[in-house]
Design a binder for this molecule. Structure first.
Ligand code: S3P
Length: 168
């Protein structure tokens, strides 16, 4: 299989964006972050989109965004944590799961990063969401990486895996 793009999935705050930026640099690919793209296209923060237009609307933006992005090839795409749950990721995407435990994520996130995520505000609900979603992440992924350590300790595992694949 020749993959068109690399798509990073995982729970909120697992490090998809940070991993994606480093990967893109090391593999000489373009990096795109779906949440950032939606925010700039809507000229609105994720929190405001959730508040003013609702989650269902946000989910429709995510599907549209991933469909449009994957018209192009050779990119590293970081998704929001709910994208693989509510949207279908086009075939020929090399899906990599950034697999971090819920408590690790909570401890690692700064207050500012935590505040940006509407679905992380109620801890019990967020924990339940995490439990509901992990199987889907694992099933969709071609490759999962244990992301409970610092990025520097596991980035080479992803780079080595990707270099063994055929990505345009
Ligand atoms: C969401 C994850 C967020 C963002 C939105 C909803 C989710 O992205 O898309 O707040 O449903 O898990 P991150 O995974 O980058 O936090």
């Amino acid at each position: 299989m020749v993959y068109d793009n690399i798509v990073l999935i995982g729970f909120m705050g697992s490090g998809k964006t940070s991993v994606g930026k480093i990967l893109a640099r090391q593999l000489h690919k373009n990096f795109v972050d779906v949440d950032t793209l939606i925010e700039s296209e809507q000229n609105s923060s994720i929190t405001d989109i959730f508040e003013n237009k609702g989650e269902a609307y946000f989910r429709s933006l995510e599907q549209k965004c991933i469909d449009e992005l994957t018209q192009k090839t050779g990119q590293i795409i970081a998704t929001g944590g709910g994208l693989p749950i509510y949207s279908s990721i086009p075939e020929k995407s090399l899906i990599i799961y950034i697999d971090a435990d819920f408590d690790v994520i909570l401890n690692r996130l700064s207050k500012k990063e935590h505040a940006k995520r509407p679905l992380l505000q109620d801890e019990a609900r967020a924990r339940a969401l995490f439990t509901q979603r992990i199987n889907t992440y694992k099933e969709l992924a071609v490759f999962s990486v244990d992301a409970n350590q610092t990025i520097q300790t596991f980035i080479h595992v992803i780079v080595d895996f990707v270099l063994d694949q055929r990505v345009l």
